[in-house]
Unconditional design. Structure first.
Ligand code: NAD
Length: 422
């Protein structure tokens, strides 16, 4: 019997979908049988007929109970999980940090769950990297949203009636979203500058034709973790960074913030006083608003006036470009699932020894198995944490007690020696 894959229709606040006609075709090619919940693709511009045309059967929501593999964009709610069968394998963006109680619930429901955003950033897994695929589109969309609110032109225009100056855009955080924001703002003709705490960002910013602005002291030189992420910076560094930013931001028309630190609240980078120093009509976009925000006064899901600046705090910005975001997310999911299907026998099985599985599997065999969350989830469930050994998908795991590992990226850096560069 081929394994049944069920593509869920998301809740009303999520326009994206976890499959595309292309991914349905390719998943069918792996020997899987695909059910797509009626209307699942509508907000991404994919009617049921397009899924049917590439080999899916359109199903009612009740049929999710027959599924072996469940594809979602967001972590399933308790109500959704109630209709899944124990042993089902669920792939989604799970938002696990701070949501250990929900992870404990998924374990209790007997689900094997994978958090796509925990995919390691290694060459083999590049095609499965949902953080990159979604952040890229969010960075692009942030510039489009900013230009929509900005009452002036982005490029310099020399006309018979006079010259319109180019907009000055400052991007804070030059990771995946930030670099795409820089590239997009440059394409629209803006004069772009950017900052980051990771030294590696300096060259990338320059290669996109933007000016790099940062406090380049000893702490900056050591601000990147082995995994390529930013470390939380010391208070002394933050103070120097704030002074530099305050001076720079007063001359900008548009600020786009994207700064994140894995597993922690977003660093506050733009104060109300900095916003107040900007010219009337200026615009700021806070792409970190869902993680606490980089900008003081930004409001999740809203466009707010803060100290005379239009501060855009849209949530789920990738969802604002849903057709493209869904297509890329569907490819990320396909690439991961493909690694779990034997090419010869077409058997689907989870290999718990695979480094991608180890990094992303949250629950299995009734337990929260991911070392970053096991202890906290066990506290919610009132039990000792466990880890699993290799098990086929959906089967109960052999569990043994262990201590949860410390979260990565939790160390701070200390050198306060300063040399500021403009
Ligand atoms: P992220 O979303 O975690 O953070 C966004 C950016 O904010 C980062 O560049 C970070 O350095 C920056 N930041 C954090 N604190 C800051 C502060 N106080 N001030 C200014 N900036 C601050 O990062 P990301 O976009 O996921 O990218 C993280 C890294 O992973 C980058 O080096 C990126 O190039 C790399 N990456 C590697 C791969 C791969 O190898 N497959 C894929 C994607 C990204």
């Amino acid at each position: 019997m081929p394994k049944i894959v069920f593509v869920c229709r998301e809740g009303s606040d999520e326009p994206r979908v976890s499959a595309s006609p292309e991914s349905v075709k390719r998943l069918s090619g792996l020997g899987l049988s695909i059910l797509v919940e009626s209307g699942a693709g509508l907000s991404s511009g994919v009617p049921d007929a397009d899924f049917e045309a590439t080999g899916a059967r359109i199903a009612g929501p009740g049929e999710v109970g027959s599924a072996d593999i469940i594809l979602k964009v967001n972590r399933p709610t308790a109500a959704e999980m109630a209709s899944y069968r124990p042993g089902a394998v669920v792939f989604a963006v799970m938002d696990p940090y701070g949501n250990e109680a929900a992870l404990a619930d998924m374990a209790k429901a007997g689900l094997t769950t994978f958090a796509m955003e925990l995919m390691p950033r290694i060459t083999r897994a590049q095609s499965m990297d949902v953080l990159s695929s979604q952040a890229n589109l969010a960075g692009y969309r942030a510039v489009i949203d900013a230009s929509h609110e900005y009452g002036r032109a982005m490029p310099m225009m020399m006309t018979a009636a006079g010259t319109v100056p180019a907009a000055k855009v400052f991007v804070m955080g030059a990771g995946v979203a930030g670099l795409q924001a820089i590239a997009t703002a440059r394409r629209l003709g803006a004069v772009v500058s950017a900052t980051d705490v990771r030294p590696a960002a300096k060259e990338q910013v320059a290669s996109l034709g933007a000016k790099f602005i940062a406090v380049e002291d000893e702490e900056f030189k050591a601000a990147e973790t082995a995994a390529g992420y930013a470390k939380p910076m010391s208070e002394a560094y933050q103070a120097k960074q704030a002074a530099l930013v305050a001076e720079h931001i007063a001359k900008q028309d548009i600020v786009i913030t994207t700064a994140l630190i894995p597993g922690r609240p977003a660093p506050k980078l733009v104060t109300r006083a900095m916003l107040a120093s900007m010219k009337p009509g200026s615009v700021a976009v806070d792409l970190a608003v869902e993680r606490g925000g980089n900008i003081e006064g930004s409001e999740k899901g809203k466009v707010a006036d803060v100290e005379g600046v239009t501060v855009i705090g849209y949530a789920n910005v990738a969802g604002r470009i849903a057709a493209s975001a869904s297509a890329l997310y569907a490819r990320n999911l396909f690439a991961f699932i493909e690694t779990m299907v034997d090419k010869g026998t077409k058997e689907f099985a989870v290999n718990a020894e695979d480094e991608l599985v180890k990094a992303t599997m949250l629950t299995n065999g009734g337990e929260v198995v991911h070392p970053n969350f096991a202890a906290a989830a066990a506290a919610h469930a009132g039990e000792a944490p466990v880890v699993v050994t290799a098990t086929p998908a959906g089967e109960p795991a052999a569990a043994k007690p262990t201590r949860a590992r410390k979260k990565p990226d939790a160390e701070t850096t200390g050198d306060a020696a300063a040399e500021e560069t403009l």
